[in-house]
Design a protein around this ligand. Structure first.
Ligand code: ADP
Length: 275
C-alpha cells in the first residue's frame, strides 16, 4: 500500500477572529501523487497548502505530513521534505544575488561547496535563469522571480513539492517547460500539489484534481470528469477548458476516452472517429 504524504482530518481554520476560512477539510494525498487544487479566489486554497508545511496550524482537526502531526513539528523540520513555492515570490526572496538565493537552502542543510555549485548551476539552467545569476533578485521581472522561487525549492529536491499559482506571469513556452518539470518530478516519485486556476494548464498536465469552494472540498477526481461537468464548474466559478467546449459539439460523433482534455489524446480520439 502506498503511504500517505499528507493526511488532513476535519481541518478548521480562521485568521484571528475572522470567519472560518477552512471548514472541515478531509483529504489524503498519497506519496507520488500529482494533483491540482482548483477553485476561485478566496476559496481557501493558499490557506490549505500553508498547512502542509506547518506555516499555519489547524484550529480544529489535524494535518499530518508523512505521518508527522504539523502541530508537533517546526516549519524548519518539515522543510526537509516539503518545499512550498509561494504565490508571491517576493515573500520568499531575500538574498543579494540570484545565485545566493538558490544556494540558501542547501547551505542551511549543510551541503558541501562543490555539491552546492553543481546543484545551483543545474537549477538555474533548468529554470532559464543562469544568465541572471549575478543579478539582484529584485531586479527580475515578475515571471522570472517566480521561476527563481521555484528554482530555490527544486534545488534541494524535497519529496513533497507544493506550488501556489506557478503559471502566473509565464508565457506559453515557460508554461510548457514548467509542465515538463512537473511531469518529470512526478515520474521520479515526488509528490506534487499545485494550486492553480489555469484550467488549460491543468487539462494538459494533470489527471487528478481537487476543487474547492468556500473553504470546503466540492469534488475530487479525474480531470476529464470534473472539468467537463458544467454544474461543478459553475459552482466553483471556473472556466471550462476549450477542449471541453469543443468536445460537447462532437459528442455523438466522436467517442472521447481517457483524459481527452490533453491535446494529444483529443486528436487521437478524433482520428479514431475518422477511421
Ligand atoms: P485562495 O488561495 O483560494 O484564493 P486564500 O486561502 O488566499 O484563498 O483566502 C481565503 C480567505 O482567507 C479569503 O477570504 C482571504 O481574504 C482570507 N485570508 C487569507 N489570508 C489572510 C490573512 N493573512 N489574514 C486574514 N484573512 C486572510
Amino acid at each position: 500500500m502506498p503511504s500517505k504524504a499528507i493526511e488532513v482530518r476535519d481541518l478548521w481554520f480562521r485568521y484571528e477572529e475572522g470567519e472560518w476560512v477552512l471548514k472541515g477539510i478531509n483529504l489524503d494525498i498519497e506519496e507520488g501523487e500529482l494533483v491540482a487544487i482548483m477553485g476561485e479566489n478566496g476559496a481557501g486554497k493558499t490557506t490549505l497548502i500553508k498547512h502542509f508545511n506547518g506555516l499555519l496550524k489547524p484550529i480544529r482537526g489535524y494535518v499530518k505530513v508523512k505521518g508527522i502531526d504539523t502541530r508537533e513539528a517546526s516549519v524548519a523540520e518539515l522543510a526537509k521534505f516539503v518545499g512550498l513555492v509561494f504565490q508571491n515570490p517576493e515573500h520568499q526572496i531575500f538574498a543579494e544575488t540570484v545565485e545566493e538565493e538558490v544556494a540558501f537552502a542547501l547551505r542551511n542543510f549543510g551541503y558541501d561547496k562543490e555539491e552546492i555549485r553543481i546543484r545551483v548551476e543545474r537549477a538555474l539552467k533548468e529554470m532559464n535563469l543562469y544568465e541572471y545569476r549575478d543579478r539582484n533578485p529584485f531586479s527580475l521581472s515578475g515571471g522570472e522571480k517566480k521561476r527563481l522561487a521555484l528554482a530555490s525549492v527544486l534545488v534541494y529536491d524535497p519529496e513533497i513539492i507544493i506550488m501556489d499559482e506557478p503559471t502566473t506571469g509565464q508565457d506559453y513556452k515557460q508554461k510548457q517547460v514548467l509542465g515538463g518539470i512537473i511531469e518529470r518530478l512526478n515520474a521520479k516519485g515526488r509528490t506534487l500539489i499545485v494550486v492553480t486556476h489555469d484550467t488549460e494548464f491543468v487539462a494538459e498536465f494533470f489527471d487528478d484534481i481537487i476543487i474547492m469552494v468556500d473553504g470546503r472540498i466540492l469534488a475530487r477526481g479525474r480531470v476529464e470528469k470534473l472539468l467537463t461537468n458544467e454544474a461543478i464548474m459553475k459552482k466553483a466559478r471556473l472556466l471550462l477548458p476549450q477542449l471541453a467546449e469543443a468536445a460537447t459539439y462532437l459528442k455523438g460523433k466522436v467517442n472521447f476516452t481517457g483524459n481527452y482534455l490533453k491535446v494529444e489524446n483529443f486528436v487521437k480520439c478524433i482520428a479514431e472517429a475518422m477511421g
